[in-house]
Design a protein around this ligand. Structure first.
Ligand SMILES: C[S@@+](CC[C@H](N)C(=O)[O-])C[C@H]1O[C@@H](n2cnc3c(N)ncnc32)[C@H](O)[C@@H]1O
Length: 276
């Protein structure tokens, strides 16, 4: 699995135009659209904004801190964190199109001075040691084979005592996963690990794990509500994750629901603290 395979999976080439079109269909313009309006398309993880609020709420973020969003995608959670906690956020992501589009979205909502997105890899970060006061990573680890290296890099760029929040889809039970899923069309770029594998990697590099939450119940409710909304709606919403998932969006959502219902996959939160 190469970085190019992963970023190719997430690249459409038409993302900004699709979001601009969705914003117009909402009756808004780049000058009037808000961070909340964009949340249905720029928070690419199970539970969207609600899930971001839940994990970020456990990191003790405060005004003026410099926070790292690992695998930020379009930076929706980064913009939300900047507004909610008054912090500065740097987002790092492998997919160039997400980074450039996300930076335009920062301009639209007037947050370009507090949120900066950069292209790069989570396993070789272009940052100084101890540069950040906290970090979080939402639905990214499923594309990263070397969890030890990932945790080592996050540990390096955090100051001692800083928190690292992870919200990833993790392996719970036995059995094959159904593909495509939102992070991978086929198993080649998918490395779904168990919570104990994340814990092991975190502890090995010098974190202590302080919280673990199984978000299975929350995710089942999220998918039931999504199904009900889709059944009632007259076509897709102007802004939604279908824009990011492309033509295979219905199969990806169906497979996610199936994998979670079968108990092979579950969204899990882990919160760790850098010892020292
Ligand atoms: C499902 S999306 C989640 C995006 C964002 N965290 C969110 O919740 O909206 C997964 C993201 O991880 C990024 N990614 C995958 N592997 C990465 C790596 N090695 N380094 C940085 N980003 C990576 C992808 O480019 C993609 O944007």
């Amino acid at each position: 699995m190469s970085d190019d395979d992963v970023s190719a999976h997430y690249t459409s080439g038409e993302l900004l135009a699709a979001i601009r079109d969705g914003v117009a269909r909402l009756g808004k313009t780049p000058a009037t659209v808000t961070v909340d309006d964009l949340a249905p398309v720029d928070e690419f993880h199970v539970g969207g904004r609600q899930a971001s609020e839940h994990i970020l709420g456990q990191l003790g973020l405060t005004q003026g801190q410099h926070v790292l969003d690992v695998g930020c995608g379009l930076g929706g959670s980064a913009r939300f964190a900047a507004i909610r906690y008054g912090c500065h956020v740097t987002g790092l992501d492998l997919t160039e199109e997400f980074v450039t589009t996300g930076q335009v979205l920062c301009d639209w909502v007037g947050l370009a001075d507090r949120v900066a997105l950069r292209q790069g890899s989570a396993v070789a970060m272009p940052f100084e040691a101890e540069a950040f006061d906290a970090a979080y990573m939402l639905h990214v680890g499923m594309n990263i084979a070397d969890k030890d290296r990932l945790c080592e890099e996050v540990h390096r760029v955090l100051r001692p005592g800083a928190s690292f929040g992870i919200y990833d889809l993790m392996r719970k039970g036995e059995g094959d996963l159904a593909y495509p899923v939102p992070w991978a069309q086929t198993p080649e770029i998918s490395v779904v690990s168990a919570p104990q594998d994340y814990r092991r990697a975190l502890v090995k590099v010098g974190f202590t794990v302080t919280n673990e939450h199984n978000r299975g119940e929350f995710s089942r409710e999220f998918f039931e509500n999504l199904k009900a909304r889709i059944a009632k709606a007259d076509g897709p919403a102007p802004l939604g994750l279908h824009i990011l998932m492309g033509e295979t969006a219905p199969q990806k959502v169906a497979n996610m629901t199936r994998n979670i219902r079968r108990g092979t996959l579950v969204p899990v939160e882990l919160v760790a603290r850098k010892v020292g």
